[in-house]
Design a protein around this ligand. Structure first.
Ligand code: SF4
Length: 348
């Protein structure tokens, strides 16, 4: 999937032949990517393999885990040390890096030197919900490029503006989002949701705006997205965006029932041969409805899956497969934002 996306994006001519290409995954702590917390190492491995095949040699992996966690441990346990050895690329714990004070607007920020010095920065975030900023994806992932003291200060500044401003100082020119497995609720994982998606974009604001909808949010609900747009980091205008989707061959994947998400969802859903991305979108939508208290109002069952194709169904349908339901949200798959909007408007 990574190779297919990189080839389709025709981005290779934009990647310099000289100077360091820094790859920044999300290793917030040392948990495997299956937990929903961290970037799948296979994505970084595939990026490096492709870069090397295209004659790019100066590549390094950079990261700093969150406060209180050891980056070296995360790099080792999440499989990045192995990639570094296999592909012969550098790997750096930014907690040990020198920092520089740089200015954005009226504010000064302490930023690690390596990402500032990189000729080209590739951002590899995980698509997850976040208990404070609602979502963490491309823009927020660069918080791993500042020292721990500054991470603490970002919280005291309310997170949104400093995150947006950090992206005026560190420009990720290519973002490849790991939406294979993300998390329903937390940055640190624990309620993993399989989406089986990878998203590539040049504009991190646009990538975040698109990703917000996959989690059931309007882009404007994520405070740092409109701020970053106002600071000219990128555009959140999805209407004018050129979005290419491919590879969605409606493959059905067996979805393990994730008991950690709670029976309040599972009792509502009737699932039979649903594509994993469609099912993930429904779970994210139900989480948004739980947060607003709307979930309790839903009395009828919600049907999802290819097994309902062409059948009449007594309940609410998700996607074109369940257009035989009295009320349904169209799309294949419908995104979480569309599901939230359709459910809140219909009679349940
Ligand atoms: S609507 Fe599309 S994505 Fe959803 S289950 Fe049917 S085929 Fe899969």
């Amino acid at each position: 999937m990574v190779r297919e996306l990189l080839e389709a994006s025709e981005i290779i001519s934009e990647i310099p032949r000289n100077g360091i290409i820094a790859i920044k995954p999300n290793l917030v702590l040392s948990k495997p990517s299956s937990s929903g917390a961290t970037s799948d190492p296979e994505i970084t491995d595939a990026i490096i393999e492709w870069l090397q095949e295209n004659g790019r040699r100066e590549i390094e992996i950079i990261e700093s885990s969150w406060l209180g966690d050891c980056t070296r441990k995360a790099l080792r346990e999440c499989g990045y040390d192995e990639i570094s050895k296999k592909r012969n690329v550098g790997i750096f714990d930014l907690k040990l890096d020198r920092t520089i004070k740089v200015k954005s607007g009226p504010h000064y920020f302490e930023v690690c030197q390596r990402p500032l010095d990189a000729a080209y920065l590739i951002n590899v975030p995980v698509l997850k919900a976040h208990c404070q900023t609602k979502m963490t994806c491309a823009l927020k992932n660069l918080k791993g490029c500042i020292p721990d003291s500054e991470k603490r200060r970002f919280h005291s500044l309310g997170l949104h503006e400093p995150i947006a401003r950090l992206n005026t100082l560190l420009k990720s020119r290519l973002t490849i989002v790991d939406a294979i497995i993300g998390d329903l609720r937390f940055e640190e994982g624990g309620t993993p949701i399989r989406m089986n998606k990878i998203i590539l974009g040049r504009d991190p604001v646009l990538v975040d705006a698109y990703s917000a909808q996959l989690l059931g949010f309007e882009p404007s609900e994520i405070g740092y997205i409109p701020i970053a747009e106002s600071l000219n980091v990128g555009s959140a205008n999805l209407v004018n965006a050129r979005i290419t989707e491919f590879g969605n061959d409606r493959n059905y994947f067996e979805i393990p029932v994730n008991r950690s998400i709670g029976s309040e969802y599972l009792n509502l859903i009737v699932q039979d041969h649903a594509c994993s991305v469609c099912y993930a979108n429904l779970l994210f939508a139900l989480e948004r409805l739980r947060e607003t208290g709307f979930l309790k109002k839903i009395k009828q069952k919600i049907f999802i899956g290819q097994a309902f194709n062409g059948k009449s169904v007594n309940g609410f349908g998700i996607g074109k497969c369940v257009c035989g339901a009295k009320q349904f949200v169209d799309g294949c798959p419908p995104n979480a934002r569309a599901i939230v909007s359709a459910i809140t408007k219909c009679e349940l």
